[in-house]
Design a protein around this ligand. Structure first.
Ligand SMILES: NC(=O)c1ccc[n+]([C@@H]2O[C@H](COP(=O)([O-])OP(=O)(O)OC[C@H]3O[C@@H](n4cnc5c(N)ncnc54)[C@H](O)[C@@H]3O)[C@@H](O)[C@H]2O)c1
Length: 328
C-alpha cells in the first residue's frame, strides 16, 4: 500500500488532534514534526513517530514530504506556507489564515499560481448536522442570522495579544462567520463595534459585535466575548420563513442541531470527529480518491476576509463593504 509521508509544523493543542487522527489511518506515515519549542516537538515525535525539528522551515528543507499540516498560531503564518509551496508540498493549514487580510491574500495568490492542493481547518463544514442544516436552508432561505462565541480567554500566551492572535473575532469567531457564509451566503457589508479589554490581560477586546448585511438581503449579527470563566455558547441561529435552525458546539466532537417549525422540534446530537473527517478528505484528494476538498485556501480566504472586515469595522467605527464574489 502507498503510505503518504507527512509532516506537522506546530505541535500544540490542535496539532495533537490532527496527529491523533493521522495515527488512525494506515495509509499515512508521520515522518517529521516541528515546533519552535523543541521539547514539544520531541514529545509529539515520541507519540506519533518521525524526526523532531525546532524549526518548520528546516523540516521542509530536509524532508521529502507528500503533505504537511501547518498548525501554528496566527502570527506564525507566511514563511511556512511559502516554503511548502516552493517545495511543491500540498498543505493543510489551521484557521485563521493569518493576522490580517493582505498577507493571506498574497499567500492565496501563491497557492493558486502553484496549483497545489490545500485545505483549511474550518471543521464545521465537515459536520453532517451542518450539511442537514444547509439542505433545509437551501429550500427555505435565511432571513435573520444570530451568532455567538461567548467564552473564557484561552490560556495560551499568544492569544490575548492582537499582534499574535489577530483578535477573538479573527481567531475564534471566524468559525461562526464561516458557518454564516455556509448557511446564508456571502456578506455584502459589516458594521461592528468592540469593547476594549480592561483586565490587564492583553489588548484583544473584551467583547465585539458585528451587524451583517448579506448579498441575499438577509441580515444578521455575530457577537464575541472572552470575559467568562467558562465556554458559555458557540452557536449560530438562523431564522427563515416558518423555520428556525440552531447549531451549537460544546467541544470539537460535541455538536447539536435544533430544527423548529410550526409542527414541532427536532434535536440531533452529533459526536462526529470533524478533524478526522477533514484530514481524511484532504488525504483522499491527494491519493486521487476524492475530487476536491470542501475548504481550499481560496474559499477560506473569503471567511478570513469577512472576519477581518468585522475586526476592522470595530476598530475604525465605520462600515466595511466586501467584494461581490460574482464581481457585480
Ligand atoms: N479548527 C479548530 O477548531 C481549532 C481549534 C484550536 C486551534 N485552532 C487553530 O490552530 C492554531 C494553533 O492553535 P493551538 O490551540 O494548537 O495553539 P497552541 O499554542 O496550543 O500550539 C501552537 C504551537 O505552535 C508552536 N509554534 C509557534 N510558532 C511556530 C513556528 N513558527 N514554527 C513552529 N511552531 C510554532 C508553538 O510553540 C505551539 O507549540 C491557531 O491558529 C488556532 O486558531 C483551530
Amino acid at each position: 500500500m502507498t503510505r503518504l509521508r507527512v509532516g506537522c509544523v506546530g505541535t500544540g493543542f490542535i496539532a495533537g488532534q490532527h496527529l491523533r487522527a493521522l495515527a488512525g489511518f494506515d495509509d499515512v506515515e508521520v515522518v517529521a514534526v516541528a515546533d519552535t519549542v523543541l521539547e514539544r516537538a520531541q514529545q509529539a515525535a515520541d507519540r506519533s513517530g518521525g524526526r523532531a525539528y525546532g524549526d518548520g522551515l528546516t523540516l521542509l528543507d530536509s524532508e521529502d514530504l507528500d503533505a504537511v499540516w501547518l498548525c501554528v498560531p496566527p502570527f506564525a503564518h507566511g514563511a511556512l506556507e511559502t516554503a511548502a509551496i516552493a517545495h511543491g508540498v500540498p498543505f493543510f493549514v489551521e484557521k485563521p489564515l493569518g493576522l490580517d487580510l493582505p498577507a493571506a491574500q498574497e499567500l492565496a495568490d501563491q497557492v493558486s499560481a502553484s496549483g497545489l492542493t490545500t485545505a483549511v481547518g474550518y471543521h464545521w463544514r465537515h459536520l453532517e448536522v451542518v450539511h442537514r442544516a444547509a439542505e433545509l436552508l437551501a429550500r427555505t432561505p435565511a432571513q435573520l442570522v444570530t451568532g455567538y462565541w461567548l467564552d473564557k480567554t484561552p490560556a495560551v500566551p499568544w492569544w490575548p495579544q492582537r499582534a499574535y492572535s489577530g483578535s477573538q473575532v479573527i481567531e475564534q469567531t471566524t468559525h461562526v462567520f464561516d458557518l454564516a457564509r455556509t448557511l446564508a451566503g456571502e456578506v455584502a457589508s459589516v458594521a461592528a463595534a468592540e469593547r476594549a479589554a480592561s483586565d490587564g490581560r492583553g489588548d484583544v477586546p473584551a467583547a465585539a459585535s458585528a451587524l451583517l448585511r448579506f448579498v441575499s438581503g438577509a441580515v444578521g449579527s455575530i457577537s464575541s466575548a472572552r470575559v467568562l470563566g467558562w465556554r458559555h455558547r458557540v452557536a449560530l441561529h438562523v431564522v427563515a420563513e416558518g423555520l428556525v435552525v440552531e447549531l451549537s458546539e460544546r467541544g470539537l466532537t460535541d455538536h447539536e442541531l435544533r430544527v423548529v417549525t410550526a409542527h414541532g422540534e427536532e434535536v440531533l446530537r452529533s459526536d462526529q470527529d470533524p478533524i478526522r473527517t477533514e484530514d481524511r478528505e484532504f488525504l483522499d484528494v491527494l491519493l486521487g480518491r476524492a475530487a476536491q476538498v470542501r475548504v481550499p485556501y481560496h474559499e477560506a480566504l473569503r471567511t478570513h476576509a469577512l472576519a477581518c472586515a468585522a475586526d476592522r469595522s470595530a476598530r475604525d467605527g465605520r462600515p466595511v463593504g466586501l467584494p461581490d464574489p460574482e464581481g457585480r
